[in-house]
Each structure stands twice: as C-alpha cells, then as structure tokens.
Design a protein around this ligand. Structure first.
Ligand SMILES: [Zn+2]
Length: 287
C-alpha cells in the first residue's frame, strides 16, 4: 500500500512539474546590429560631453529578434537594405551618410540575419518599431504581412515631422507606398503584446514624439529592457543628454522611467547604440 502511495506521489510529480513549467512562456531574445556607424567623435552626438570623455566611436545599430511561443517578433528593422555595400548616397541624404558613415553589408540586413538564425522572414508575426528614424524603421517593407506596432503619434510625426526635426533623419521611402496599407497596431501608451506580461511595449517619448521601448521577461525569469534611442549611450545615464531630441523634458522623464523599471525588476538595461555594451553582449541569444 505504501509502495502504491509512493508510486502515485511520483506520478503526480511527473504530471505536475511539466505543467508548472509550461505556464511560463519560454521567451528568448537575439541581439544584433544593422551594420555599424562611424568612426566619429562621440561628442558630435552628445555635445554636452566633457572634454575628458571625448573619444572616437564605432557604434552598433541595435535590432532585436524575440522568439515567443505565440509568434516571432522583430524589434526595429535597422537601416534600409538600399544603403548596403557603400550605396548610402543613393538612398539617404548625403549629409546623413557623411555624418553616420554606415558600414552595413547586405548580409547585415534583418531578413538575411533572420535566415542565418533559421527563421523564414515571412514567419515574423509582429514588427515593433521604436521610432521612425532611418536606422530603426528602415526595413518595415520587408514584412508586409506582419502586425506593425508603433505609437500613433510616431506615425503622424514620421509623415509630417516638425521643421526642427527634419534634416534627413526621417526617410519617406522607408514608410511610403505599400507601407501605407500595412496593419498598424497604433498604440497610445504601454501595451502587453501577447497578454501574458512577457513582452511589454513601453512608451518612452522624448528622443522623438512617440518613441517606445520594450521589456521582455525571458524563459529564465530574467528581465531585459531594450531602451533603443530613449537612451543612446551609457554616458546619457551619467547626465549628458543626447544631442537630438523632440523634447528634453520627456527625454529625461523616459530615462527616469526606464531606470525605475530596471531597479524594480533587477533587469538588464540595453541602450540603442552603445559600443561597449554591444561589444560585450551583442550577436548572441538571451534565454
Ligand atoms: Zn538610432
């Protein structure tokens, strides 16, 4: 009788343990870059930087692949494929090419990288776009069948930016033509993408009118926050703001917001273009 009891207890454990695990979606994230920008002086992008912190940098153009049981997600699609292999001047404003010096090759473009990781690009269910600058929204046209998640204000701004926001950072070719007819999930604030709290879109305006970041709870239980251009570099966290902002007030509030999320959840916080962070942790999976 005792043996039967033991057997039943073991059986119930075998049955219970996997179901307990299956309640936490096994989410994993791959961190990559759409080629690099630079070299150029860091102080060109962060004019408030004190002299002792001046240095030349080559910076990543962060993109993220989020593998969730309910669907494959891409967070930012990098520079348009047309600027690859030294052809920047044919697609971007010459001033932007000269400033940013993109080194992207065709194999760095998000569709090619997805294939390398073993995913068919047409399997991407959701494209989240942090904001509509040329190094983040560049390849949404490669995903005509995805749901495109963007803040409603950001869509408006992309089409008709304020005069002081122009100057080549918004490239109409990235979102005109067929992209007009895409399925946009237009947000006005935060959003729980799959309804289970694992992939949270966070409103972080300031850099642009409708910038957004993403917070992911990995299968391991660890939380990672991808700030994208809400925070470009580590030095922005040290009180030296980025030189390109729609609203410095909102920019500072968004940094504070992300810091609080980081501290509350003991999360890792990733910046949009930080070279040291990328050299340490880029090009790999987080589980
Ligand atoms: Zn950027």
């Amino acid at each position: 009788m005792r043996k039967l009891g033991l057997a039943l207890a073991l059986l119930s454990m075998v049955c219970l343990v996997p179901s307990a695990f299956s309640q936490a979606p096994q989410v994993k994230v791959y961190w990559t870059t759409s080629g690099k920008f630079g070299p150029f002086p860091l102080q060109d992008l962060v004019p408030s930087l004190p002299k002792e912190k001046h240095r030349d940098v080559i910076i990543p153009v962060n993109m993220w692949v989020i593998d969730h049981p309910k669907g494959l997600v891409v967070f930012d699609t990098g520079n348009n494929a047309a600027v690859s292999d030294g052809k920047c001047n044919s697609y971007w404003d010459a001033g932007m090419c000269g400033l940013l010096k993109p080194s992207q090759k065709r194999e760095d473009v998000i569709d090619a990288q997805l294939k390398t990781l073993g995913y068919a690009p047409e399997k991407v269910k959701v494209v989240i776009t942090s904001h509509s600058h040329l190094d983040h929204i560049g390849n949404i046209k490669l995903f005509p069948n995805a749901v495109h998640v963007i803040q409603k204000k950001e869509l408006y701004q992309a089409w008709w930016p304020e005069k002081f926001q122009r100057g080549g950072a918004f490239v109409m070719g990235d979102f005109d033509g067929p992209a007009r007819e895409f399925n946009y999930l237009e947000l006005e604030g935060d959003y729980d993408l799959f309804g289970d709290g694992t992939v949270m879109v966070l409103s972080t305006p300031g850099h642009t009118l409708g910038h957004q970041s993403v917070k992911v709870k990995l299968g391991s239980g660890k939380t990672m926050i991808m700030a994208q251009d809400a925070i470009w570099f580590t030095v922005n966290m040290e009180g030296y703001p980025a030189g390109l902002n729609y609203s410095v007030k909102d920019y500072n509030n968004s940094i504070q917001r992300l810091k609080m999320f980081r501290d509350l959840e003991n999360a890792d916080l990733f910046f949009g273009h930080d070279p040291d962070q990328y050299n340490q942790g880029g090009g790999k999976w987080y589980r």
